[in-house]
Design a protein around this ligand. Structure first.
Ligand code: ARG
Length: 561
């Protein structure tokens, strides 16, 4: 049992308040010397008609527990000081017994489709799609740890008017051999050229529209080209996913829903929700809001209509308990419309749909835009990161055996960690040198700390010492700092999964790594006394929790680096 829960139980034995409420009232004293938890007695003053200082004193007088070194009233508060060695031994025991299952809990169950990554075919995967991929992946792992069954869906952008343009561009300038050699790069080149040329020759846009119409009507040439673009693009994307270590349960993209939109449009009509507005079909969103566009005036369907069909399809297929869309901030309005149209259709499960937005990645403060060709090629970023990691490893540990694998884990891990360490809605700037540093708030720093813990354990083993749980008596402040942080892990998992916020785990991992490094700088672990196996237990517990934190972020933790 967690020590905060113990405080709640003790208070509950004296006070007539529900445990939930007690739990939410408990504070951390500002000065750590005053104690680890504080219960504010003024919460009771109104009910008991007593001075809170007196109430606090009365409660403190009655409480005794070996889990706490002191329970005393300080003004209107009851302060609790944890018994250090109790917390340390209890926490280490739990972790060494449960290993990577430490922190597992049952906060819910059932299917949770996560719409994530979802890049657009024939375009380079953007930094935004990278964010969606790694955030979605981490949320999936975290939800799994708390009992849900995540279903990772890559809703590929494999349909839309831009494919008409791409086909037109390919017909003008395309070279089959080039596309085969480097599909995304070349298709994208045609696409950028199309936009440039169309500024001078607007009739190109008409051509693009005509090709899109053909595609919608099933014209064999259009369909064949589209299928080819899709296949080669997906193969390219899969290379990046493999680098990142991310897999998907479904690749049903926009095109899959082509024949599933008409039933939705019919249903909207039947339910009297569809109105005509300037030739288009729309759903009213309320007085001061723009109506939601369902069918354009030229009869073609749009993004929202597909998403409606996809949401309904997923409900029928997965009977989900929640559904997440990990998509950039800039699409917030779209998801508001999606939810509210579903609600209007009478689907109450729309309440369990969550848009999980995230901010932009900028470079030198500037937004990246695919359309203008101002784009970062992701595989390049990953390769550069691995090279930088390689250089650092070469300096620090030239004799390392599996250098390539470690450089990959560190380089790619650094990029992922950097993405996840800030609250996801924040924008951030991308500077590769910053990302792959072994010091500071980086992924490599956490990995390096874990590798250091592992190296201590290896050295100890050579000397014949193993971590052990019997007779743990350590109670110094450094060990306590580490153990307290370790004891927090289950709550960290709960908070991260509740808010769909991987940064909670990343920040925790950084904090734990810092505490462990302080511990390591101040406490000699490998001294042959009667507490050596207890200290090794602390080192091992730290490594287990760092490794599990990194795993939840989608980052590997090499044992040596
Ligand atoms: N392909 C879209 C884009 O790149 C993202 C799709 C997000 N998912 C969704 N169901 N709308 O902007």
């Amino acid at each position: 049992m967690d020590f905060k829960d113990k405080v709640v139980d003790l208070i509950a034995s004296q006070v007539d308040l529900p445990k939930d409420q007690i739990n939410s009232l408990i504070e951390r004293p500002k000065n750590e010397k005053m104690g680890d938890y504080a219960f504010p007695a003024f919460a009771l003053a109104k009910v008991l008609h007593q001075n809170p200082v007196v109430i606090a004193q009365n409660i403190a007088d009655k409480l005794k527990s070996s889990d706490f070194a002191a329970i005393k009233a300080v003004g209107p508060y009851v302060n609790f000081s944890i018994n250090h060695s109790k917390l340390i031994s209890q926490t280490l025991t739990e972790i060494l017994q449960q290993k990577e299952h430490y922190g597992d809990q049952k906060l819910g169950e059932g299917n949770v489709p996560i719409d994530m990554s979802s890049p657009n075919i024939a375009k380079p995967m953007s930094m935004g799609h990278l964010r969606s991929t790694v955030i979605g992946n981490s949320i999936a792992k975290t939800l799994q740890k708390v009992g849900y069954t995540p279903i990772k869906i890559n809703y590929l952008g494999d349909y839309g008017t831009q494919f008409g343009k791409l086909i037109a561009a390919y017909k003008h300038w395309g070279v089959e051999e080039d596309v085969k050699k480097d599909p995304i790069m070349n298709l994208f080149k045609y696409y950028v050229k199309f936009h440039k040329e169309a500024e001078k020759h607007p009739e190109l846009d008409d051509e693009g529209r005509a090709w899109f119409k053909k595609l919608e009507d099933g014209d064999p040439e259009a369909v064949k080209l589209w299928q080819w673009f899709r296949d080669v693009s997906l193969a390219d994307f899969n290379r990046i996913y493999k680098e990142l270590g991310v897999t998907f349960d479904s690749y049903k993209g926009e095109a899959f829903f082509n024949d599933k939109m008409q039933p939705v449009i019919d249903e909207l009509k039947e339910k009297g929700l569809l109105h005509e507005s300037r030739g288009a079909q729309v759903v009213d969103m309320g007085e001061d809001k723009n109506p939601a566009l369902i069918v354009k005036s030229d009869g073609t369907s749009i993004y929202l209509t597909r998403d409606l069909a996809a949401a309904i399809y997923r409900m029928k297929t997965y009977h989900f308990v929640k559904m997440l869309y990990v998509v950039g901030n800039e699409q917030a309005q779209h998801f508001v419309e999606l939810k509210s149209v579903l609600k209007k259709m009478g689907y109450d499960w729309a309440d369990e749909i969550y848009h999980v937005p995230f901010g932009l990645i900028t470079q030198n403060g500037k937004k990246l835009s695919t359309r203008k060709g101002n784009v970062v090629f992701l595989d390049q970023v990953l390769q550069d990161a691995v090279k930088l990691a390689q250089k650092q490893i070469e300096q620090k540990n030239p004799d390392l055996t599996n250098k390539d694998q470690v450089a990959h884990d560190v380089g790619v891990g650094a990029v992922i960690f950097h993405d996840l360490k800030n609250e996801r809605t924040e924008n951030f700037d991308f500077d590769l040198d910053e990302v792959v540093r072994f010091e500071g708030d980086t992924g490599p720093y956490v990995q390096y700390t874990n590798a250091r813990a592992q190296s201590v354990l290896r050295k100890a083993a050579v000397q014949g010492h193993e971590p052990q749980l019997t007779d743990i008596q350590i109670d110094d402040d450094w060990s306590f700092g580490v153990a307290k942080s370790l004891a927090d892990f289950p709550r960290i998992i709960a908070r991260s999964s509740d808010k769909f916020e991987p940064s909670v785990i990343a920040k925790f991992a950084l904090d734990l790594a810092k505490k462990f490094n302080k511990y390591y700088a101040n406490v000699k672990v490998l001294v042959d006394d009667d507490q050596i196996s207890a200290r090794l237990a602390l080192v091992q517990a730290t490594s287990i929790v760092l490794t599990e934190s990194l795993r939840l972020l989608g980052v590997n933790a090499p044992k040596e680096m």
